[in-house]
Structures are given as C-alpha cells and as structure tokens.
Design a protein around this ligand. Structure first.
Ligand code: MG
Length: 284
C-alpha cells in the first residue's frame, strides 16, 4: 500500500477508535449521572458495613463509605435520641419561665443537606453551579439558594412540640433560628422559604451571620452574640433550650440547657471550650 494510503487507513481507524472512546466515556458519565439521579440519597446501594481500623489514621475513602452507611442506617435514630431529653426538658421548663424561648441551628439541625453532601462525597465547594444530575461538584451557595434541603424529622417534631407549649404567663414560646449562613437578600429568602416549605413555620426571627462578623475567628462568637440579642429584646426572653449539631452552636452558653445532635459529616470550629466545660450541656 502506498504511504499516503497507509496514513489514510490509520486515520480512519484512529477516528473510529476515538469515536468509540468518546461514546464510551459519554455513556459512562451519563450512567453515573443517571445513577446519581436515581439514588440521590445513596441509600439504595449501600457500601458494605465495615469496622474501620483505627491503628493508623483512617483512610478517607473507607471512612466516606462508612459515613454513608451511618447516614442511611443509624443517623436519624441518633438525632431522635439526642432530642428525647430536650423534649422532656422543654415540657418541664417552659411553664416555669416568663417569655421562654428555644433556639435552633439550621444546617444539619433543622434542615438536612444530605443530597448535596452525598453528591460531593463530603467535599465542599463554596461556589459554582449545583446540578445533582451531573458529575460536577455541587456549589454550596447554589444549593442553599435552591432551597432543596429537607427537614430533619426528629427536629421538626421537636419544633412542633415547642409550638404547642406555653410559658408561665400562658404565652407561646419564642422560636429563633441562628444560622452560620451569611446574610444577603437571596440567602435570606431561600433559607426562610426552605424552612417554611419543610414545615418550620411560626418562628420569630432567623439570625443570619453578618458580613461584619467575618472579622471574628469563629462563627460561635456571632452565635453567642445573637443569643444575647434575643435575651435583650424588649420581651426579655429566657432561652430555655439551644439545639445545634456543632459545639460552635453551643459554646458560649446563654441558654438554660443545650442539646448536641450528631454530625460526623463536617466540622465547624468554634471558640475554645472553657476548662469548666459548656454549662448548658452539663446541667441536669
Ligand atoms: Mg449546623
């Protein structure tokens, strides 16, 4: 075969292989995207449950699998159990207090971001689009704005219980959310809509982190200030319970009792816990 014929044949074969490779890659991506869309919670095809070897730092890939297993099997029961004492406490305490209030954190306390966390396999992308049917990472801000977070059922049940209670004067309890989401008009609209859409309605106020608090090292500084602001409102609320999934939601006290929900999926640092501990956690 003349040389130019050989080249033409090679190009033809290469083109065919390239087309097959591109098609295969496309089908793979499509299959992954479809699988993601079909099992957005990751609970339908769970990884094997395994005990992790803690002799060495835990392999992050193995840990990721076990967190998915935990989320799908035991997490919600653990949230419910953590709130059992809170339910008993608010029923007992509310009638003893004038202008009683309860504070809730939002993310992983009132609303679950599991679909985005699972999609990102616990990675975090602050910005960028969020398309859960694609293989690209989901940006947190776009996810927040989509208002697709879902109620953590045990917290919603607790919220509804709080709404039925009355304080010493027979008044309804004040209900507040204090979130680490930054204040901006779009975030506020989406966050409040997400709360209401999921059943959290009839609260007094959502505190969102002001831009000015970026100067603080930890989010807990702003959260403590927000609880003080609740106490200093004209009503002079007494916060009888504060519920959060991070120690940074609770450190700083300014609540009779506080309740920590499990969250092994991410960590938000806060002001150091004093040597004497967090009083609202230890009070019986
Ligand atoms: Mg939280």
């Amino acid at each position: 075969m003349p040389n130019h014929e050989t080249h033409r044949e090679l190009l033809r074969r290469f083109g065919k292989y390239l087309a097959v490779a591109v098609l295969t890659a496309f089908c793979g991506l499509f299959a992954l995207a479809t699988a993601n869309a079909e099992d957005a919670s990751g609970c339908q095809n769970l990884p094997q449950q395994e005990k992790l070897d803690t002799k060495w730092p835990i392999n992050i890939g193995l840990l990721s699998d076990q967190l998915i297993v935990y989320r799908c099997k035991d997490y919600m029961n653990d949230v419910r159990e953590a709130l059992m004492e809170a339910r008993t406490w608010v029923k007992q305490r509310a009638p003893q207090v004038v202008k009683a209030a309860v504070v809730f954190d939002i993310d992983e306390t009132s609303l679950s971001n599991w679909e985005a966390m699972y999609h990102n396999r616990f990675g975090y992308a602050a910005t960028g689009p969020c398309d859960l049917s694609s293989t690209s990472a989901c940006g947190q801000r776009e996810w927040d704005l989509s208002a697709r977070a879902t109620a953590l059922e045990p917290t919603l049940e607790f919220f509804k219980l709080v709404k039925t209670l009355r304080d010493k004067n027979g008044d309804k309890l004040g209900v507040f959310f204090i979130t680490g989401r930054y204040e901006d008009p779009s975030e506020r609209i989406a966050t409040q809509w997400n709360l209401r859409k999921e059943g959290y309605d009839g609260w007094e106020k959502v505190f969102m982190r002001p831009e000015s608090s970026r100067a603080d090292q930890f989010v807990s500084t702003y959260k403590t200030k927000a609880r003080i602001a609740i106490e200093n409102m004209p009503e002079h609320y007494t916060i009888i319970a504060n519920v959060g999934d991070q120690i940074s939601d609770l450190v700083g006290d300014h609540a009779d009792r506080c309740f920590k929900l499990p969250n092994p999926f991410y960590f938000i640092p806060g002001d150091p816990v004093p040597e004497s501990g967090i009083k609202c956690l230890s009070r019986q």
